[in-house]
Ligand binder design. Structure first.
Ligand SMILES: [Zn+2]
Length: 267
């Protein structure tokens, strides 16, 4: 997939951001908002003060597409069975983006972050599919079927959160490019990421509870479990007790409040 060089994109964007901020410091001019333009083919581009364009930094396959009445950026993707990217668009209403305040721009940047993280997402999904399909033989898992299923569902939760965190990190760099500083970006995105944590772990918890017929304390204590640690931004292995305590901390009200905020952005 030579035409889709993500890591290149991130490195280029980062260098450009550092460069531009150095130049801005030297001139001490107030930053000028980049210009949002609509092309004839209904793609959107963003032009910076030095005339460079956002599209120059993004992989060729990725398009930003004007979608009237679409006041919520969304990543539209078509990926073939064998994991080839066939279509990748961030869809957004041009007028909305043009008028957009920092919250709109941050969410837009986050969706671009998802696009830039797509190859890693495809890789994770493939590993997950293999985990479900190529399970150990049943004589090996035998009495541990529940533990195996618990493990699979926890891996799926980690994968989803990994995708989000990566989009959040890439999106943060893109947001800087668009004039949103780190503090603004974090204020806007933190409740959304927190909302995702609940949105991912509550159904996982419910599933595992059902698996153990409501008595989750009978969880196998001899093994460790994968759990996503948001502060370390990675999956860690925890004991059954630690997993139970993490589940106990999921509180419904917090989840409902956050899911409302999460409604502003999709996956
Ligand atoms: Zn997201």
């Amino acid at each position: 997939m030579d035409s889709f060089e993500i890591n290149n994109s991130m490195e280029e964007i980062t260098n450009y951001v550092i460069d531009s901020s150095k130049k801005a410091d030297e001139k001490a001019d107030p930053p000028v908002k980049p210009e949002v333009v609509l092309n004839d083919d209904s793609t959107i581009d963003i032009i910076f003060n030095d005339e460079r364009k956002l599209s120059e930094f993004l992989p060729d396959k990725l398009k930003i597409k004007d979608t009237p009445d679409f006041n919520k950026p969304i990543l539209y993707k078509v990926i073939s069975e064998d994991g080839e990217i066939q279509n990748l668009e961030v869809r957004i209403n041009h007028e909305w983006l043009k008028k957009g305040g920092s919250a709109q721009v941050a969410i837009f940047a986050h969706e671009i972050g998802h696009a830039l993280a797509i190859e890693e997402e495809i890789k994770r999904n493939k590993e997950l599919k293999e985990l479900f399909e190529k399970h150990p033989s049943f004589d090996v898992i035998d009495n541990n079927v529940k533990a195996y299923m618990t493990y699979c569902f926890l891996k799926r939760a980690s994968g989803k959160l990994d995708n989000e965190i990566q989009a959040w990190n890439y999106g943060k760099i893109v947001a800087t490019l668009l004039g949103i500083n780190d503090t603004q970006y974090e204020d806007i995105m933190r409740p959304q990421i927190e909302g995702m944590y609940y949105a991912v772990y509550l159904p996982t918890y419910d599933f595992i509870k059902d698996l153990y017929r409501g008595d989750i304390t009978s969880l196998n204590k001899d093994i460790t479990y994968p759990l996503y640690d948001s502060s370390q931004q990675k999956e860690i292995l925890v004991t059954a007790e630690e997993l139970l305590s993490a589940f106990n901390k999921l509180d419904d009200d917090k989840y409902k409040r956050n899911i409302k905020e999460t409604g502003n952005f999709k996956s």
